[in-house]
Structures are given as C-alpha cells and as structure tokens.
Design a protein around this ligand. Structure first.
Ligand SMILES: Cc1ncc(COP(=O)(O)O)c(C=O)c1O
Length: 419
C-alpha cells in the first residue's frame, strides 16, 4: 500500500507575523503594535539572514573581480534585476535600474529625461496628493528649463479629479508623474485609466508612476498599467533601506543621458572624452548597494511566496475591521474616504493634536505617524498641518487595531473629550 505523504500545513496570513522578530519585542514595556508600515516596513528574518549570509560567506565588490567571491556576489546581484522585472511585469531585466530609493529614481528621470525634453513653454503635470519626492524634483527641473508645473486637484474624498487630467494635459505637456497609492490618504488611483486619459490627449507624453506604496499593497503589472517609468523603494517592501528601483521603457532609457558619472558606467574614459555603457549600467555610477539589492531579492521572493493578492485581501479586510472598531472613538475626522483604499487610515481628533496623540500612543506601545507625511501641499489643501496615520502591513492584525483603539481612548481621556 502506498504510504500517505505528509502534507505541509498551509500557512495562514496570521502565521507570517512570526517571521518578523522585531514584532515580538516590547516598546515602552508594551507589546508593539507597529502601524507605521507606510513609512517603512519591518523585515522578515529571511531578509536579515540573507544579508548577513552574503557578508559572512562571499561578500565582494561586483562586476569587476575575477575571483570566486566577486563572481558569486555579482551573480546574486544581477539575478535580482530579473526578479524585479518579473515582479512588476517588465519585459527585460535591462530595463531595471537600481537606485537608492524612490526619491533618487524620480530625480534620475527629472534630471536626465526631464532636462533633455523640457524647455520654456512646456509643462509637467503632477497631482495635489504627491509625496515631496514627486514634487521637488520636478520643481528643480522646471526651474532649470523654464517649463511650468501644473497640478491636478484632489476631491474632498481624497480621490483625484480625473477630468482635470483632460484639461491640464495639452500638446505642451512632456511629462505626467503621479502616485499610484497615496501614502497619506490611502487612495488607490486608477493608474491605467489616468494614463489612457493623458495619452489620448497627447500620445507623446511620458508617464511616470510612483509605485512606492502600490507594490507593497497588491499585484502590479506595469505593462497593463501602460506607464513609461515606474519607481519604488525597497524598505517599504519588507526589504532593506538604501535600495530602490526605477523601471523605464527600453527605447526611452536608450535616449536618456547619464544622470551621474563615475565607475562601472563607462565603456572608455580619456581626458578628452568618455563613452558610456548601455542601460542599466549607464545609470548606475559607482559601487551600488550590493548587499541591500540581494536583500531586496529575498524580500520579493518572500512576498511572492505569500502572494500579493493574498496580502491585498488581508489589508482590505483589516482596513474594514479597523474602520468599524474606530467608530467607538468619538471626534475623529478621516482624510481619504474614497471607495478604493489601501491599508492606510489618516485622521484628526477634535480633542487633541496629532503630535500629542502620537506621543500618548507611543506610551501604549502603538507606533503611528503624526505629521504631514511629506505631503505638505496636500495638508494645505485640507487646511490642516498634520494628521495621525495608521498604516498596515502583511503582519498587522486585530490585536494591533485593539491597541490603537485603546490608546486613542486613553489619549482622549488625557487630552480632553473634545467638542
Ligand atoms: C508615495 C511615496 N512616494 C515616495 C516616497 C519616498 O520614498 P523614499 O524616501 O524611500 O525615497 C514615499 C515614502 O514615504 C512614498 O510613500
């Protein structure tokens, strides 16, 4: 008789929390309720182990060494390029450029492509809900080229005014850059539809999508979205700091000049003239974040092992649960109440300032973000200087929500009961 094969028990979402050692620690003597994943995600043990293993067993600089360690590390590093391409649906690994973070990815596009295509009379279109990382680089390049910055407004519920894309994008628009999922409102923008609207108005416009919060939240396919550039940052995707990604369409990357000069990006250097390698090397001057890139590869394996759709479903159900539980706390006003939301809840209380609330929550072991979330123009649009933001990750659970609600009740009792 055939022996029964023992099935490996299927892990549930609740099981993955144990993969994050920091979540078993205490904060101010209380079990930690980490609700600041929107700012940076905690790291699973497997990412920590991978990075440690590289440094302990075969670390060396890449691309140049003829010896074994350098070759192993180079192979591991370059394998992540293909992994990232697969993760976001890119056609080729050569379209993946490693940067320090999203901020550097957007600056790269602004300073390389932006300076090449923009001149006086042209414009760049962004939106009112952008992170400073998707505002300031465009202001800088507009200042250098004489181009104008135009801004798509946000509706009261935290969705984008889609009709404004139609008005604002003209024959003079060279670049449109917008956030896929807002870090301060949690709004999931209809990226594909926005790109269709913009390209219908001007087929030559270059579309950049800031995917910092979207690659973390659920499945993303850049071919389906139809963008020309896509940027994200490793530390929000359960990977290390110091590594980010810029995906660009091959034909555009080919026409872009280098952004920074240095080692590893050249073909030949003389004092008279330098010739450059093709993309992506052309955009990766100097020694990259070798260990961090390899760590990001493991983080991608990890989230793909769980399934991005499962992570999105978990976040959605936790978001709905949290909104029901938070109804027990009087005096809260929410920012970002549109129909399509990621696991991000932004609010103010009529009984306390966001900073005071954040400090009291900290004493309760609850980590949230209080402030402008690097979105000062968005805060100005709502007439506030700050909100409290609770943001979820794949490891967040109902205990975290219970700690948040209890902490807010305590804050209300300490700060006054409001109006
Ligand atoms: C939507 C969005 N864009 C850009 C950034 C910038 O990311 P980084 O600081 O890693 O460059 C963030 C980080 O908070 C973000 O949430």
């Amino acid at each position: 008789m055939a022996k029964a094969v023992a099935q490996k028990p299927q892990r549930t979402m609740a099981d993955y929390r144990a993969d994050f050692p920091i979540l078993a620690k205490a904060m101010n003597g209380k079990p930690v309720a980490y609700l600041d994943t929107g700012a940076s995600a905690q790291k699973p043990q497997i990412v920590i182990d991978t990075m440690k293993d590289v440094m302990e067993t075969h670390y060396a600089n890449i691309h140049r060494g003829l010896y074994e360690f350098s070759q192993i590390t180079t192979t591991e590093f370059e394998a992540v390029r293909s992994k990232v391409a697969g993760f976001i649906g890119a056609g080729a690994a050569d379209e993946i450029i490693f940067t320090r973070n999203t901020t550097e990815a957007i600056n790269l596009v602004a300073q390389s492509w932006g300076r090449k295509v923009l001149q006086r009379g042209d414009d760049v279109v962004i939106t009112e809900m952008e992170h400073h990382a998707n505002i300031v680089p465009w202001q800088l390049v507009c200042g250098m080229t004489g181009a104008k910055l135009k801004v798509v407004p946000v509706n009261d519920d935290g969705t984008l005014n889609l009709a404004a894309f139609e008005h604002l994008v003209t024959d003079n628009t060279k670049i449109v850059s917008f956030v896929h999922v807002s870090n301060s409102l949690g709004t999931i923008n209809p990226a594909k539809k926005i790109i269709e609207i913009c390209k219908a108005k001007n087929p030559d416009v270059t579309m950049l999508v800031d995917g910092s919060q979207s690659v973390v939240h659920g499945p993303v396919n850049i071919q389906d979205i139809g963008c020309d550039f896509f940027a994200f940052t490793g530390h929000k995707l359960y990977g290390p700091t110091g590594v980010g990604v810029l995906w660009g369409r091959a034909d555009i990357l080919e026409r872009m000049p280098p952004y920074q000069g240095g080692g590893d990006m050249i073909e030949r250097v003389t004092f008279e003239k330098t010739s450059f390698k093709e993309a992506p090397a052309k955009f990766e001057a100097g020694t990259p974040a070798i260990v961090e890139v390899i760590g990001l590869g493991t983080a991608i394996d990890y989230v793909q092992g769980i399934g991005m759709a499962a992570i999105a479903a978990h976040e959605k159900s936790l978001f709905e649960y949290a909104m029901k539980e938070l109804a027990a706390v009087p005096g809260l006003t929410y920012y970002g109440t549109g129909p399509e939301k990621a696991g991000i809840i932004s609010f103010r209380a009529d009984w306390g300032h966001p900073s005071d609330i954040g400090m009291i929550l900290d004493q309760c072991g609850v980590a949230v973000r209080s402030g402008h979330h690097c979105c000062q123009p968005l805060m100005q649009r709502y007439g506030v200087e700050a909100t409290v933001r609770a943001s979820f990750g794949l490891y967040s659970n109902k205990d975290d929500i219970a700690a948040l609600v209890a902490g807010l009740q305590k804050a209300r009792s300490l700060l006054g009961s409001g109006t």
